[in-house]
Design a protein around this ligand. Structure first.
Ligand SMILES: *[C@@H]1O[C@H](CO)[C@@H](O)[C@H](O)[C@H]1NC(C)=O
Length: 214
């Protein structure tokens, strides 16, 4: 009886649809064995290492994690700063641009800021790559016009330090941990432009964190 039903269904499927491969195989549904999902294959991979500093500020939203193309790592950086001017609402460091050592010299920002000039590109010498960083921060509440992050500098695998040339308010915090294989990704905490004169104290970049290359 079962065999007959199968044959009839099969014949019907062919006759009606001529698409047996897309016809729901009702006659085998009772033999489908529920499967458990395969075990995760990533359990042996260590978690992605992220380096941070403790003196960042807190305003804004974290931008997307952007990364160097596979196999490359960050060797240069550039910042966009509103350099100290007698402005009403200074934001100091706005944007960090990282440059990778792939053939296309890929660059990325996580989140671009909204004001200031792009300063000189700083590069690790002698084939070095960036491994740790430090922030110069003017903490909230210390001045009427808060600026949050003022400057950033990096240490390179060859011992170089590529210096910040940004704003000079605030103080340098401690260096982050070291990415032994270099820096491959970046996320920035940016307070987007808000309000107008007399309504809001814009600070632009507030914090940054980097992911280490594997
Ligand atoms: C960064 O990359 C963009 C393309 O994504 C390119 O247009 C731009 O010129 C690059 N910036 C620098 C400073 O090389």
């Amino acid at each position: 009886m079962l065999k007959l039903n199968c044959f009839l269904l099969l014949a019907l499927a062919i006759a009606v649809n001529c698409q047996i491969e897309t016809t729901t195989p009702l006659w085998t549904s009772s033999s489908i064995i529920p499967t458990t999902p395969p075990p995760p294959t990533s359990t042996t991979r260590p978690p992605r290492q992220v380096i941070t500093v403790t003196n960042g500020e807190k305003e804004g939203q974290w931008g997307p994690l952007e990364r160097c193309p596979g196999g490359s790592r960050a060797v240069s950086y550039q910042t966009q700063n509103e350099l100290a001017t007698p402005r009403f609402d200074d934001t100091a460091l706005n944007t960090i641009v990282l440059f990778c050592n792939d053939e296309l010299v890929t660059n990325f920002t996580s989140t671009p800021g909204f004001s200031g000039d792009f300063l000189a590109v700083k590069t690790c010498g002698f084939g070095g790559y960036m491994t740790s960083f430090q922030l110069r921060v003017s903490p909230a509440g210390t001045e009427a016009d808060n600026t949050a992050v003022n400057d950033i500098r990096f240490r390179c695998s060859n011992g170089d330090e590529i210096n910040g040339i940004g704003n000079t308010d605030g103080t340098w915090g401690d260096y982050s941990d070291v990415c032994e294989n270099g820096i491959c990704g970046m996320e920035t905490l940016l307070q987007p432009y808000a309000g107008g004169i007399g309504h809001y104290d814009n600070t632009a970049l507030n914090d940054v964190r980097f992911t280490c290359c594997k």
